[in-house]
Design a protein around this ligand. Structure first.
Ligand SMILES: Nc1ncnc2c1ncn2[C@@H]1O[C@H](COP(=O)(O)OP(=O)(O)O)[C@@H](O)[C@H]1O
Ligand SMILES: [Mg+2]
Length: 596
């Protein structure tokens, strides 16, 4: 019996829609791209319930004729390409003719549109991909599309949607990216009737100030570079103004927001030693490449692209970032001619021998002669029965857990502490060890209602991005509970009068930014107040803890280990990273082949 049959069109469209439209943010992305392709200067978005129940996007672009309005939601209907040549030199954001068809297949949709030279506009209603009605209508120039009940006919897909606030966060993420790269366009977002975002038309830097707040935007340096047919413009952060996650990095190729590892690797290579562990620069790069030299037709969402010459792109991005760091005096150019003859691989080489680090570098690794604390060398290997070579205080007696007695031998690479125990030795990461200590102490003081906090010498003003300010407003009670006195002070700005003290460090406004980054990462789950508080404590402990790369005195090392031993869990830091790694004598002997 024959078993193969052709699928009906509705089902084909639903399958195809799955690739393009995953969540409300995908609808917004596709619609914004269409509005930009239509030459709009104003894009207004209205949402209800994270865009799940309702999305409306209005633009003042070129609009569509009545005939086009009835055709645009058919699959493979596009005005942007005609033939194969066009496909390999894409100049618009869209070109696959799939987005409207995909949305139409999984939602109820209404399109209202008018071109400038027409007296009347058109309104079409589509349900389940089928045209239900169309009529002439008086409307302003441009296009408005409304989408109701996304995934109403694909319940399986609907189940995968997250909370409304998570869906809204993804929408805001995509709107923000397109607003960054299109300062000439006025974007606005209303959610459940409340103004959530607005970026009036202005120049690129004012746009960044508006979107990210003065605290972040004020720390940026300009990037302007062109080589090998690639032009790069944008802004990057000065090394001290880094963030704890990568979400503030936006790379655009020909105004398309892309994710590309070659480019991000080149950015990190260029910053090299200027970044400390787990710190990420703020990056906005507007890269222009001949459209014939890239392929954007890699995936239906068009977020990944293929580049003909990756090495050239990598080198251009590296040079662009490096030059602006050099020009702003943040690093010294020691490698003037290192990239001649397209010798990009030499970067990796240079990295290995450290020759790229220069003045002003906050490098974690300085020559060993800078060390103050004695360092273990090969000759200091402990021999059975011999006295340790480093003078030290009394062996530490652990108090909470049944751990063996320690003899602290010293600090290596200004990051790890080596402690000898009877049956081997421990390697302790000084940063995570301190994080664990501070976390437990701080947690204790929160539980007892005895958080230490202090007024700042002068109140600090916090100018946040629209996204960060929403999160802060939502969580202000938790901040207060942890010893902050923060008050809203107009649009996206706040005043901090008092902040908690952990160890002897008083938290500053940069610390608050990190706490916000961390809170944002967890928006995908609606977490309880207790969990939020715990997360904030972890970030605060991390900010206040001794950093890797800090030289410690003998007493500091000793106190640190003694304090660590008093914690409930000296083995892992609150982030779950190991604090102590144990190397037993047996393992050592195996490595040296003394035993089998
Ligand atoms: N906001 C808009 N303004 C003007 N024309 C639009 C708009 N949105 C869609 N269109 C028209 O509908 C067509 C189909 O859109 P879409 O399905 O997104 O495919 P693509 O963008 O890949 O061409 C577009 O090629 C364009 O001509
Ligand atoms: Mg499109």
């Amino acid at each position: 019996m024959d078993k193969i049959h052709l699928l009906d069109e509705g089902l084909i469209n639903k399958i195809a829609a799955g690739e393009v439209i995953e969540r409300p943010a995908s609808v917004i992305k596709e619609f914004i791209e269409n509005s930009i392709d239509a030459g709009s200067k104003k894009i207004a978005i209205d949402l209800r319930e994270g865009g799940v129940s309702y999305i409306k996007i209005s633009d003042d672009g070129e609009g569509m004729t009545p005939k086009d309005a009835k055709l645009c939601f058919e699959r493979h209907a596009t005005s942007k390409i005609k033939d194969t040549d066009d496909l390999f030199s894409i100049k618009t954001l869209g070109f696959r003719g799939e987005a409207l068809a995909s949305v139409a297949a999984v939602a109820k949709m209404m399109i209202q549109t008018r071109q400038e030279d027409e007296t009347e506009g058109t309104r079409v209603i589509i349900e389940g991909g089928k045209l239900i009605g169309s009529e002439p209508i008086g409307c302003p120039k441009g296009t408005t599309i409304e989408v109701e009940n996304l995934f109403y006919n694909t319940p399986a897909r609907k189940k995968y949607l997250k909370s409304f606030s998570t869906e809204l966060a993804s929408i805001m993420d995509i709107v923000t990216r397109y607003a960054i790269i299109n300062p000439q366009i006025h974007f606005s977002v209303n959610h459940n009737g409340k103004k959530t975002f607005s970026s009036p038309s202005c120049d690129m830097h004012s746009n960044l100030v508006n979107i990210f707040g003065l605290d972040t935007a004020g720390q940026m340096i300009i990037v302007e570079h062109s080589e090998d047919g690639i032009s790069i413009k944008g802004y990057i952060s000065r090394p001290p103004a880094t963030r704890s996650d990568r979400s503030n990095q936006s790379i655009f190729i020909n105004k398309r927001y892309v994710k590309n590892k070659v480019i991000t690797d080149a950015v990190y290579d260029a910053y090299h030693t200027l970044l400390t562990v787990n710190r990420h620069p703020f990056v906005v790069l507007d890269i222009k490449i001949d459209p014939e030299k890239i392929d954007v037709n890699v995936h239906p969402t068009k977020i990944h692209i293929r580049v003909q010459s990756e090495d050239r792109l990598r080198k251009a991005v590296f040079d662009a970032i490096r030059n602006s760091l050099i020009n702003s005096g943040l690093i010294v150019d020691l490698q003037e001619s290192s990239f001649q003859d397209s010798a990009f691989p030499s970067i990796r080489q240079a990295k290995l021998d450290g020759s790229l680090s220069g003045r002003g570098s906050t490098s974690e690794y300085r020559p060993t002669s800078h060390r103050k604390y004695p360092v273990m060398t090969g000759s200091q290997t402990m021999l059975e029965g011999s006295e340790p070579l480093i003078a030290r205080e009394k062996p530490i007696e652990p108090t909470k857990l049944d751990l063996p007695r320690f003899n602290v031998l010293g600090q290596v690479h200004r990051t790890y502490i080596i402690a000898e125990v009877e049956e081997g030795f421990y390697i302790i990461d000084q940063h995570v060890a301190h994080e664990r200590i501070l976390y437990e102490r701080f947690m204790e003081s929160v539980k007892n209602g005895k958080v230490r906090s202090q007024e700042l010498i002068s109140p600090a003003r916090l100018e946040l991005s629209q996204k960060d300010s929403l999160i802060l407003k939502d969580n202000i009670d938790v901040f207060v509970n942890l010893g902050f006195d923060i008050e809203e002070f107009g649009d996206n700005s706040f005043v901090i009068r008092r902040s908690p003290i952990i160890q002897d460090k008083q938290l500053q406004k940069e610390d608050i930014m990190d706490i916000l980054d961390d809170l944002l990462k967890d928006l995908s789950e609606s977490i309880s107040i207790d969990k939020k508080r715990e997360k904030m404590l972890i970030t605060m402990a991390c900010r206040a803890a001794i950093k890797a790369g800090k030289i410690l005195t003998e007493k500091e090392v000793h106190d640190l280990i003694a304090d660590l031993m008093k914690t409930d869990n000296p083995f892992t830091c609150p982030h779950g990273r190991p604090v102590i790694i144990k190397m037993s004598l047996y393992e050592l002997e195996k490595l040296f082949k003394r035993v089998q």
